[in-house]
Design a protein around this ligand. Structure first.
Ligand SMILES: *Cc1c(COP(=O)(O)O)cnc(C)c1O
Length: 367
């Protein structure tokens, strides 16, 4: 690839010295599970989000499952989530034995549509799970109101939104709890799998901690049937170093997104993403919409440009969720968007020249 979708090597160069020093300490002290690095990162991430608690876990899917369980979601409960998301949002509900209830998204931002949520909420609803997709904060005020009226918790899927804000308040701090992912390609990415639950609720934090540690708060005293989902100490070292740079990296993402907006303004047939009023989005993905998307995507790949589709199939049309019985036509906005969306390379180290090459290639493909 001449122009990759994400550039993890460039990130690594910036943190290399800190990571090496931190790893040396981990190996010297053989603090392989838990230890000071995990505690330091949890405290730093909680502070960054302005929440009381951060519990590091093994990955983002576990984080969502644990957050939902701690929020009281039980087998058979319905969990309302957007049809346009990464499959993990639905998997987290399924793994509890709850039933994912996908709903349509709004045509402008492709985020969970509050009107659709209102229509989907019923007596069996156990939680609402908005996804801050592509680094855009979901319309939380409206969704929180729906959740409060229904008497159910709101649990954010904040896997794509580290550092994003709405009216100054960080994504991952709005709901009863939030699950996030530090998969390497996320805005804050580890050197492997990692995730976290953030919350202001001490009981939720404690339950997540207990569930993630084999259901025990004290060694060999098992109060719940839990699992093993720990934030790896090595990953905590990497995350600590990268968290210090996250605000700067997000700023560069915003600059690159603005520049794409300017460069693409002159290209007919391309709809560029914009931020909702009050949002400081962090552009985990920069998703444009074009007709004949597959032809444009092929042209980008032929030019060595790492464009992608996020996501080609809405949740309800995947094989995994065929059993929900929601066929084509169930969610027209999400379905139509899945044929037009195109993620252009966007990361903190993208250069102006690279962006110009991407836009030129898109323009030529559309001509
Ligand atoms: C990445 C991601 C997850 C899952 O995270 P993993 O760490 O891969 O388990 C969940 N939801 C969304 C929206 C994601 O992008």
């Amino acid at each position: 690839m001449n122009i990759p979708l994400v550039d993890l090597a460039a990130q690594q160069v910036e943190v290399d010295d800190e990571v090496r020093a931190g790893l040396q300490e981990v190996f010297a002290t053989t603090a392989f599970v838990g230890g000071p690095a995990v505690q330091r990162f949890e405290a730093a991430y909680a502070a960054a989000l302005g929440v009381q608690h951060c519990v590091g876990v093994a990955n983002g899917t576990d984080a969502l499952e644990l957050a939902l369980r701690a929020a009281g979601v039980r087998p058979g409960d319905e969990v309302v989530l957007p049809a346009n998301t990464f499959i993990a949002t639905a998997e987290a509900a399924s793994r509890i034995g709850a039933v994912p209830v996908p709903v349509d998204v709004d045509p402008r931002y492709l985020l969970m549509d509050p009107d659709a949520v209102r229509a989907a909420v019923g007596p069996r609803t156990g939680a609402l799970v908005p996804v801050h997709l592509f680094g855009q904060v979901a319309p939380v005020e409206e969704l929180l109101k729906i959740a409060a009226d229904a008497g159910v918790p709101l649990v954010e899927d904040a896997a794509q939104s580290q550092g994003a804000r709405r009216h100054g308040r960080p994504a991952g701090s709005f709901g009863l709890a939030a699950g996030t992912s530090f998969y390497p390609g996320k805005n804050l990415g580890a050197a492997g799998d990692a995730g976290a639950v953030t919350t202001d609720d001490a009981d939720v934090a404690r339950t997540v901690r207990v569930l993630a540690a084999h259901g025990s708060a004290r060694r060999y005293e098992h109060e719940l049937v839990g699992m093993n989902s720990r934030l790896d100490t090595v990953q905590a070292v990497v995350l600590e170093a990268k968290l210090r740079r996250l605000a700067g990296w997000n700023e560069r993402r915003r600059e690159a997104a603005a520049r794409y907006g300017e460069l693409l303004a002159g290209v007919e047939g391309v709809r560029v993403p914009t931020s909702a009023e009050g949002n400081e989005d962090v552009w985990h993905l920069y998703v444009v919409q074009v007709e004949e998307r597959d032809r444009v995507l092929a042209a980008l790949h032929a030019a060595g440009i790492g464009a992608g589709i996020h996501y080609p199939t809405p949740v309800h049309l995947t094989g995994a969720y065929a059993h929900l019985g929601l066929g084509r036509g169930a969610f027209p906005v999400a379905e139509a968007a899945s044929g037009r969306i195109l993620s252009l390379p966007l990361h903190p180290h993208l250069t102006v020249e690279q962006q110009e090459t991407v836009v030129r290639t898109v323009a030529e493909a559309l001509r």
